[in-house]
Design a protein around this ligand. Structure first.
Ligand code: BES
Ligand code: MN
Ligand code: MN
Length: 461
């Protein structure tokens, strides 16, 4: 490979400045109030793709937010890498917990602080800068397609349709995604699986109006009390989920994979210290790493009802609500799990209340092969830049579209993530290390290089 690291060093400041510019666009996809900004972020990405020499850059309109597409086909005989990422971000609330405004990025202690700094603007933009570097230093060894969406944080509905309708345009050999994390900057790991997701909302109704809790308390079911009891019963003393059939399709992780996790340098004491908790908690029989990757979970994401304002109000509310999500592992199916949840939740409701269960979005779990050419290329690239063999580990989060890439396009994904779990994605003070941003830009061209080379060898043999 030509000397490309020099190019990266020379242009480092600009690479960072451009990311800061993107981070100033509040492209929150789940809140309609930010609509124009989400479209603006798409235009920004398209403009940058044009600038760095990608062809056919286009903002593809959908029923929702647009998908930015571009490509560079240098030789149809060569393999093609399809890069996926997202330019939308999570809402920034609660705003008062940020040390600096979420859409006014600042650099502190060599980290960029802003909503989307890591998830996924920072990680996605590394691919544009890596591409620019490969073009400018004459190092691009294969074809590239970019597909950057704006609805990942809202369930990727438009992208699902786009993928189904554009199979030819999206033809490729592998999908490349940087939207996950690694164990640590000194302990690189590559994500080899993602959990699925089933996201539900429940509404519990007691009396037809709010009641005086002295006049009626003790005689009429309080929907908030009932909801809490129902939620509490969804897990048992071993932190097993009690929904009948919930574990039926769970495929146990191979013993070799569990062995690898036991050996991974994970510091539980530091983990607890960083979160300021005295003890961890989770399913009996599994370690913390296992609980957050190879096992399914159920969590309440939000719960509300009754009086939450200043002071005290004595009231039995008419309604109580909760948003409940379940993380899924192979071979659980999110449609089936959502249905099991709904049936069970309705079944355990006492006759004193009515319940309504609605479904939000979801996605299927995935495990990617670690013996593929692409995974080997990713490992080799990491080894080059980190000086260490990366550990293959499943991630706990979800990227719903990844399973669709497999089912609709027949393509495996390589999850080349450079974030850290401590980057506070989806939380106040989200940040991304400059080290990680630059490391990504440096590692990606090596991935392309190893991948093209290994594919060539594969053809010969
Ligand atoms: N990039 C994350 C997923 C992720 C983060 C995977 C870290 C592994 C490690 C993605 O943007 C995300 O937040 N996904 C959502 C699901 C989506 C449907 C809202 C999630 O996991 O909650
Ligand atoms: Mn993401
Ligand atoms: Mn996210």
């Amino acid at each position: 490979m030509n000397n490309y690291t020099e190019y990266i060093q020379t242009h480092k400041t600009r690479f960072i400045d451009e990311l800061l510019e993107l981070l100033r666009i509040p492209s929150v996809s789940t809140d309609p109030a930010f609509k124009e900004h989400v479209f603006k972020a798409a235009e920004f990405i398209k403009g940058q793709l044009d600038k760095i020499g990608a062809d056919k850059a286009q903002v593809c309109q959908t029923d929702g937010y647009p998908i930015v597409y571009a490509e560079k086909i240098i030789d149809p005989e060569l393999p093609t890498v399809l890069v996926y990422g997202h330019y939308d971000v999570q809402p920034a609330d609660p705003l008062e917990l940020w040390d600096s405004p979420p859409f006014e990025p600042v650099i502190k202690n060599d980290k960029i602080y802003a909503r989307g700094a890591c998830d996924d603007k920072g990680q996605m933009y590394m691919h544009l800068k890596a591409f620019e570097t490969m073009i400018q230093t004459d190092n691009l060894p294969c074809n590239v397609k970019f597909m950057i969406e704006g609805e990942e944080e809202a369930g990727s509905e438009s992208l699902a349709t786009f993928v189904k309708n554009n199979k030819e345009r999206l033809a490729a050999d592998v999908i490349l995604i940087s939207d996950t994390s690694m164990l640590g900057n000194e302990t690189p790991s590559i994500t080899m699986g993602l959990r699925g997701l089933s996201y539900m909302e429940v509404e519990v109704t007691g009396p037809n109006r709010d009641l005086h809790s002295g006049m009626y308390g003790g005689a009429v079911a309080n929907p908030i009390n009932v909801l809490c009891q129902m939620i509490a019963s969804l897990t048992d003393e071993n932190h097993h989920i009690t929904i009948p059939g919930f574990y039926d399709d769970v495929e146990d992780a191979p013993e070799a994979e569990r062995e690898g996790m036991r050996k991974a340098p994970f510091d539980l004491e530091l983990y607890k210290k960083k979160l300021d908790i005295a003890e961890v908690q989770g399913e009996k029989g599994y370690s913390t790493l296992e609980r957050t990757s190879i096992r399914p979970t159920l969590d309440v994401n939000g719960i509300w009802g009754g009086y939450t304002g200043e002071g005290a109000k004595t009231v039995i509310a008419s309604k109580a609500y909760a948003k409940i999500s379940m993380r899924l592992v192979p071979n659980q199916d999110w449609y089936k799990i959502s249905e099991l949840f709904q049936k069970h939740f309705e079944a355990i409701a006492p006759p004193s209340v009515k319940v309504k269960v609605t479904r939000h979005h979801g996605g299927q779990p995935v495990v990617t092969p670690i013996d593929s050419v692409a995974f080997k290329a990713a490992s080799a690239a990491f080894k080059d830049t980190f000086g260490k063999e990366p550990i293959p580990l499943r991630g706990g989060g979800s990227i719903p579209i990844v399973s669709m890439f497999k089912s609709e396009l027949g393509l495996d994904s390589v999850l080349l993530g450079f974030g850290l779990d401590s980057d506070a994605i989806h939380s106040p003070n989200e940040h991304y290390g400059i080290f990680n941003y630059m490391k990504g830009i440096e590692t990606i061209p090596l991935f392309y290089n190893h991948y093209a080379k290994l594919m060539r060898e594969e053809l010969v043999s």
